[in-house]
Design a protein around this ligand. Structure first.
Ligand code: HEC
Ligand code: HEC
Length: 277
């Protein structure tokens, strides 16, 4: 009995490790440490840089805004043309309505961040909402939770991308220290708990985790009952191998394997297995 258990355990461990090794050869090394930005003495060029970093980092914007078609490809489309067109759209009723120029673009972007459903880019609304409800989570609340300064930075970055000089305010002296807070450091540090790893990689922007109620991806409760560890792992690092019923391929980012450390992947699998049914 005990022997059989040991055998099964070793076999499982062996399989798990060969599985890991085959699936994620890239995650063994630590990703390069990113350059830090000192928000304390930041000018507009610094804001643009910070915004660019937030866009693909803490903001998790690139999880959806990429060339996979689940949201406008903000880094690929001609923003100089698109932003003014959105504001001029007949069905646009937001704060920048009827306005033109750089400040109007700032208002439009900021509104997109804090109130995404105010205007839904045609064709991108939640299924069945007739383009009335945006699938984008608010950027100023969990799980994205950017500070005001950080949203200004992202806005500056997008204005810059649209070929205009950013019009956002620079952080005041007392705002600045907050923006340099631990988040920046934490981003480069390996997550040490399942919740931290889930937060770091933005899983809750699409899955209903930690109370986010997001529904772009399926509910992950009860995974342990229907999937082996190896299958859960595969679903994370190679999401397009098996597509969850009722969902489409190419929705879940397929580069988590490159970004995550081995330890983080493990923590996430353990976290998911323990979710209540
Ligand atoms: C979970 C997916 C998702 C995430 C994460 C996300 N967005 Fe979006 N976003 C969308 C979708 C879908 C749309 C189009 C529907 C709409 O207009 O709300 C959109 C629209 C926008 C628009 C208006 C685009 C346009 O072409 O007019 C802006 C600006 C924007 N997002 C910025 C951001 C920024 C900045 C972040 C990160 C802080 C972010 N989004 C994170 C899904 C997402
Ligand atoms: C941009 C949205 C998005 C993000 C971010 C995202 N997912 Fe997903 N996920 C999906 C979608 C859509 C599916 C269903 C399609 C598929 O199976 O690939 C899915 C499927 C899954 C599945 C398979 C579920 C099943 O029932 O088969 C797992 C497990 C999973 N995701 C875990 C994660 C984890 C862990 C993270 C964070 C590291 C994450 N996802 C981030 C959208 C996302």
């Amino acid at each position: 009995m005990t022997f059989a258990r040991v055998m099964i355990f070793s076999l499982f461990t062996l399989l798990a490790f060969t599985g890991f090794a085959n699936l994620v050869p890239q995650v063994q090394g630590d990703p390069p440490v990113e350059e830090k930005i000192d928000v304390g003495s930041i000018d507009m060029a610094g804001m643009v840089l910070l915004g660019e970093k937030l866009f693909s980092g803490k903001g998790t914007c690139t999880l959806c805004h990429n060339d996979m078609g689940r949201a406008p490809d903000l880094l690929g489309i001609d923003l100089a043309k698109e932003f003014p067109e959105r504001i001029a759209d007949k069905s646009y009723e937001g704060i920048a309505k009827g306005k033109t120029g750089p400040k109007a673009i700032e208002e439009y972007i900021m509104e997109s961040l804090v109130d995404p459903s105010k205007y839904v880019v045609p064709g991108y609304g939640k299924k069945g909402s007739n383009d009335k409800i945006s699938p984008m989570p608010k950027a100023d609340t969990a799980p994205i939770e950017l500070s005001k300064v950080e949203m200004n930075a992202v806005t500056a970055f997008l204005q810059d991308k649209a070929g205009i000089s950013p019009t956002v305010p620079l952080p005041s002296a007392d705002e600045a220290p907050k923006a340099t807070g631990n988040d920046e450091d934490e981003e480069n540090e390996p997550a040490t708990t399942g919740v931290a790893a889930i937060t770091k990689y933005g899983c809750a922007t699409c899955h209903d985790l930690e109370g986010s109620e997001a529904d772009i991806g399926p509910k992950l409760n009860g995974l342990a009952k229907r999937m082996t560890d190896a299958k859960i792992l595969e679903a994370i690092v190679k999401p397009n191998v098996v597509i969850a019923k009722g969902f489409e391929a190419d929705m879940m980012p397929d580069d988590f394997g490159e970004q995550m450390r081995f330890s983080e992947l493990n923590l996430i699998v353990e976290y998911l297995k323990k979710l209540p049914e």
